[in-house]
Write a protein that binds this ligand. Structure first.
Ligand code: ACO
Length: 314
């Protein structure tokens, strides 16, 4: 039995087209100042022709390259996405063939908490020795379901992908993971289509989502440190879901962690849902901030609501 699931490679990808806040202000009643002050977001990336699988493929190949493993050694692929390319087959199976893997592959849908749910699922496979090498990807083309005329949501979201390769380890890796769901909040945040010949758009009560996100994530961050007996000054980095700088800083403050120990990338790509945590992780691994042995806290919440946290020794 493997004791831990350890991250051995990270990768990410953002499509080249950038939409700045000033670009949005040309078509909707908003300003760069409002968006930056309320969210911290300065720009977002948007696909032109690329699919969710295309973004996932690029992020996955970068993670596999860093991991230094042969793609044929993968035992499982889990793709967290809200914006699957088709109703079926699973986008993960399209990705499997695109990267040349031959293992089982499935999609996991938990909106902005998708990466946390997928990583926790992969951890269980590894700890049960049902898999040893697992590729976990978060990939989104949210621009397809954003109502670009709705200023309360259009400014928030972006496209992108992030990936990690996990391996069984006897020494260290994921130390703790906790997931929650509470499905009472359908009307707060949803895409209200019925799937039949209808494309829906993101609808959100931003203020309500904001309060619930701060409340749930702050409590969970405290609980995670308490249950792992880790004093917050031993925590090297928080790698949060990148939704809003005000949510991120409120959670950091609650667990007495200064902002210089929080990885923030949302100014560059906005809320990329299931892709945001692995995007932030990969950025900080590649720029040298996150180092081997560091204690990392991943935390995120998404529609449902579903939320979770992971404490990891990198
Ligand atoms: N530009 C200018 N004004 C705007 C814009 C905009 N883009 N959007 C809304 N406003 C206006 C509103 O109409 C309102 O005007 P009024 O006072 O005249 O009625 C005013 O700004 C304040 O609106 P609020 O919704 O109260 O603003 P708030 O401070 O809550 O910020 C925001 C809105 C940024 C959406 C915030 O609530 C938020 O980030 N919520 C979390 C949502 C989120 O991140 N969801 C993602 C998925 S879930 C998750 O990842 C956590």
């Amino acid at each position: 039995m493997n004791k831990f699931a350890r991250i051995i490679g990270t990768g990410s990808y953002l499509p080249p087209t950038v939409i700045t806040n000033d670009d949005l202000a040309k078509t909707i009643n908003t300003t760069n100042e409002w968006i930056v002050a309320r969210t911290g977001i300065k720009q977002r990336h948007k696909v032109t022709n690329e699919t969710t699988c295309d973004l996932a493929e690029k992020a996955a190949n970068r993670a596999l390259e860093m991991a230094g493993i042969n793609v044929k050694d993968l035992d499982l692929i889990i793709l967290a996405t809200t914006t699957a390319d088709k109703i079926f087959p699973a986008t993960a199976t399209i990705l499997q063939t695109a990267i040349g893997a031959s293992c089982p592959a499935f999609d996991l849908q938990s909106v902005c908490s998708g990466f946390i749910f997928a990583l926790t699922t992969a951890e269980q496979y590894i700890k049960a020795s049902a898999a040893n090498k697992v590729l976990v990807v978060g990939s989104e083309t949210l621009s397809r379901i954003v109502n670009w005329n709705d200023r309360s949501t259009a400014v928030l979201f972006g496209d992108g992908a992030g990936a990690v390769v996990l391996s069984g380890s006897d020494n260290t890796g994921i130390l703790y993971s906790k997931l929650f769901s509470d499905g009472k909040y359908l009307s707060s945040l949803q895409v209200s289509n019925n799937y039949i010949n209808e494309v829906g758009f993101i609808e959100m009560s931003g203020n309500e989502v904001f309060k619930i996100a701060v409340n749930r994530l702050s409590s969970l961050a405290e609980k995670t440190l308490k249950e792992t007996n880790l004093n917050s000054n031993k925590l090297d980095w928080i790698v949060p879901h990148q939704a809003n700088i005000r949510i991120i800083s409120a959670v950091a403050k609650r667990i007495k962690t200064p902002m210089n120990k929080v990885i923030v990338t949302l100014e560059n790509h906005g809320n990329t849902s299931a892709a945001s945590i692995p995007l932030a992780l990969d950025t900080a691994v590649r720029d040298g901030r996150i180092k081997r042995g560091d204690y990392l806290l991943f935390e995120g919440i998404g529609a449902g609501f579903s939320w979770g946290s992971i404490l990891i020794q990198f």
